[in-house]
Design a protein around this ligand. Structure first.
Ligand SMILES: Nc1ncnc2c1ncn2[C@@H]1O[C@H](COP(=O)(O)OP(=O)(O)OP(=O)(O)O)[C@@H](O)[C@H]1O
Ligand SMILES: [Mg+2]
Length: 382
């Protein structure tokens, strides 16, 4: 179902097919003392896909349900295009928000056929019979399910059911698509191919979308922007590559990819870099905010990704201008295209994780030098 688009004719007859962005302003939801969503603000351009990423209980579903109108915000505003969907004085009914939602559970009617499931929303809107047939067939075609219109839902595989759920979300020509972990019930192979299909459908139709997931891989591969949430708070909002290369907090660095953390002290600004001293006394100039956002003497954390280290048993090799650490390999792990090394560094509390391509460069018990370019050092805000 790649790159199929809803017909232009339909787009002209329906104002809702107009692309629209999404804006959340200080969005909150409390259940008693639990601040499920605690002041989330963000803005999406029309046609962008936002992945909301975070651990269980961080407030992803609650955020999505407030956008859908299934949950009333405790505070804040939700806007799509120029329309306010929710504010302290005003709330648009879910059925008038013109959005399509796909749930993890699919939420299809088991006693109905694929066709009837997709048609359901249009029938409720009292769309003319011939128009319903045309649009449902079009939506089933888009998701590659034309041949299954008369099948009952119980006779479809998980992946086929999920396609019907996507068709049902698309058929009303929503201005916003909302996905809540839509692929978690599928096997790994199907999950990956459905992910690409959802993405190309969303892009081809230019529909703004919010996609909730707790999988960092899914978030990075599908999104234009990723919002990382923790305890109801949006920790960082950035395009995938930027999020990975420049996580702001320890939590984001560790949740999106793997990271090694080093305690350091700020010495002062040095051009567009920041001079830092590591716990072992090494000084280095790392990329940092310009102007520098903290005083000399401040404690800070530097993160380094495992793949940015070189590992070598040639401990006397020159490491001039690079971060260099000497230690002993504790263990290593082969996983096909990658080898993980766990290296103990004197004076450092945690083992350093290094990832490199085969062949094996060092064995447990050997002394090694780890080195990394200073440009890969990530100065965190916490
Ligand atoms: N109806 C409710 N009543 C009370 N607390 C709730 C309710 N719904 C959600 N919560 C709480 O709000 C917090 C956020 O829940 P939410 O479902 O948004 O998390 P999530 O990020 O979607 O997690 P998961 O990945 O497990 O689906 C949790 O602490 C949860 O227990
Ligand atoms: Mg959830």
């Amino acid at each position: 179902m790649t790159a199929n688009t809803l017909s232009a004719e339909g787009a002209q007859t329906s104002a809702s097919a107009e692309a629209a962005g999404l804006e959340l302003h200080e969005l909150r939801k409390s259940y008693g003392d639990v601040h499920a969503v605690d002041g989330v603000s963000l803005s999406l351009e029309p046609g962008q896909l936002l992945a909301l990423l975070g651990p269980s209980g961080c407030g992803k579903t609650t955020t999505l349900r407030m956008i859908a109108g299934l949950e009333q915000p405790t505070g804040g505003e939700i806007r799509v295009g120029h329309e306010t969907l929710a504010s302290s004085t005003h709330s648009v009914e879910p059925e008038h928000r013109e959005l399509g939602m796909v749930f993890q559970s699919y939420a299809l009617w088991p006693h109905m056929t694929s066709f009837e499931n997709v048609a359901y929303g249009l029938r409720r809107k009292k769309v003319a019979r011939a128009e319903i047939t045309r649009r449902v067939e079009e939506a089933l075609e888009i998701v590659g399910m034309s041949a299954y219109g008369t099948r009952s839902i119980t006779q479809l595989s998980g992946g086929q059911q999920q396609r019907v759920a996507v068709a049902r979300a698309l058929v009303t020509r929503p201005r916003l698509l909302l996905f809540d972990e839509p692929l978690s019930n599928l096997d790994a192979v199907l999950r990956e191919s459905m992910r690409f299909e959802i993405r190309s459908l969303q892009q081809a139709n230019g529909i703004t979308a919010v996609y909730v997931t707790h999988s960092q891989e899914e978030a990075l591969t599908i999104a234009d922007v990723v919002g990382v949430m923790k305890d109801g708070v949006l920790q960082q909002l950035a395009p995938p590559q930027e999020l990975y290369a420049r996580p702001r907090t320890r939590f984001v660095a560790g949740f999106v990819g793997l990271a090694n953390f080093f305690d350091a002290t700020v010495l002062g600004a040095e051009g567009d870099r920041v001079r830092m001293r590591l716990a072992d006394g090494t000084e280095l100039a790392v990329p940092g905010p310009d102007p520098l956002d903290r005083p000399a003497g401040a404690e800070a954390t530097i993160a380094l990704r495992p793949e940015h280290f070189d590992i070598s048993t040639d401990v006397d090799r020159s490491t001039t201008g690079r971060v260099a650490l000497r230690g002993e390999v504790v263990s290593s792990m082969f996983s096909g295209n990658i080898i993980d090394y766990f290296v103990r560094i004197p004076g450092h509390p945690d083992e350093i994780r290094v990832q490199d391509f085969p062949p094996q460069r060092a064995n447990p018990g050997e002394n090694v030098v780890l080195s990394a370019a200073t440009e890969h050092c990530i100065l965190l805000t916490d």
